[in-house]
Write a protein that binds this ligand. Structure first.
Ligand code: MG
Length: 159
């Protein structure tokens, strides 16, 4: 089995009047993340890492923000669609690892549920999905709580 790797990155700014959703978990906060879908930057970065690993483009190409179908969409459903495309092309997802950077709210209490949601959407065992939360030590705009940044890597086996 040939091993492939993909990197994903996403950032969203706070300011939307809707729940904050990261890794499919609704988190208590004074503002949600702006974006065409539910603004779930964690899931978006995972999607781009998976698509990158198999050179299938990126989230914007698969789910254009001009498409009303994805307005306010549950990003976990988009992730499940990406998994389906990889399966259809005979790829096997090995693992994903995520770092989410946010000054607030505190994400540590929500990490396990993010992992569970991503594992379920990807059909992976818990040991294959990792999410780590960091702050930006108050530096720059993320450090001032303006938004979140997410980095993800995925390993995929296949042709
Ligand atoms: Mg995004």
């Amino acid at each position: 089995m040939r091993q492939r790797f993909g990197i994903g990155y996403d950032s969203h700014v706070f300011g939307a009047k809707r729940p904050l959703v990261l890794g499919g978990v609704q988190i208590e906060h004074d503002s949600g993340l702006k974006g065409h879908s539910d603004g779930d930057a964690v899931t978006h970065a995972v999607i781009d890492a998976l698509l990158g690993a198999v050179a299938m483009g990126d989230i914007g190409r698969l789910f254009p923000n001009t498409d009303a179908r994805w307005k306010g969409a549950d990003s976990l459903e988009m992730l499940a669609e990406v998994k389906h495309r990889l399966m259809a092309a005979s790829y096997t997802i090995v693992n994903v690892d995520v770092t989410v950077v946010a000054e607030k709210p505190r994400l540590a209490p929500h990490i396990n549920r993010m992992c569970e949601n991503l594992s379920r959407a990807l059909g992976l065992p818990p040991r294959a999905v990792s999410v780590k939360a960091k702050t930006n030590e108050k530096m720059d705009s993320v450090g001032r709580g303006k938004g979140v940044q997410v980095y993800a890597i995925a390993s995929v086996g296949g042709a």
